[in-house]
Design a protein around this ligand. Structure first.
Ligand code: 5GP
Length: 120
């Protein structure tokens, strides 16, 4: 079972402007910002503005407009960062086995160097 949404999670605070972030892109439905602890030369997080715990919650419960807006935002950010030609990686952690740390859906965008094979 999915956890209830905790509006005190760090990304909820970022969305409310209570904690700063280094914004890459923002529109009505999505926000993208640099990860505070980057694991690649480019490491950006894209989050929907709606209160969704994870990809599971989002895919089951978000509106078609929210889903379309979020998917397009991820693609837009990758293009804007110049990652399409060299290539990049998307990753979303969902739940305990994945070690999801922040319980607000986020897609990681990694790029800026050859990333090597994905081992897990
Ligand atoms: P997860 O493990 O949940 O998929 O990833 C959470 C990510 O959020 C981590 O990569 C972590 O570095 C990042 N993160 C955690 N707290 C903050 C924060 O306050 N600001 C930013 N920009 N990133 C954060």
């Amino acid at each position: 079972p999915t956890l209830p949404y905790d509006d005190q999670n760090i990304f909820a605070k970022i969305l409310r402007g209570e904690i700063p972030c280094n914004t890459v892109f923002e529109d009505d439905l999505a926000l993208a910002f640099h990860d505070i602890n980057p694991q690649a030369p480019t490491h950006v997080l894209v989050i929907p503005k709606g209160a969704y715990v994870s990809w599971d919650d989002f895919s089951a419960n978000a509106s078609d407009a929210e889903i379309a807006g979020f998917v397009r935002a991820v693609g837009h950010v990758a293009r804007a960062l110049g990652l399409v030609e060299p290539g990049y990686r998307l990753l979303a952690n969902i739940g305990m086995d994945s070690h999801q740390e922040v319980p607000h859906l986020h897609v990681h965008i990694f790029g800026g160097k050859p990333l090597g094979p994905m081992l897990m």
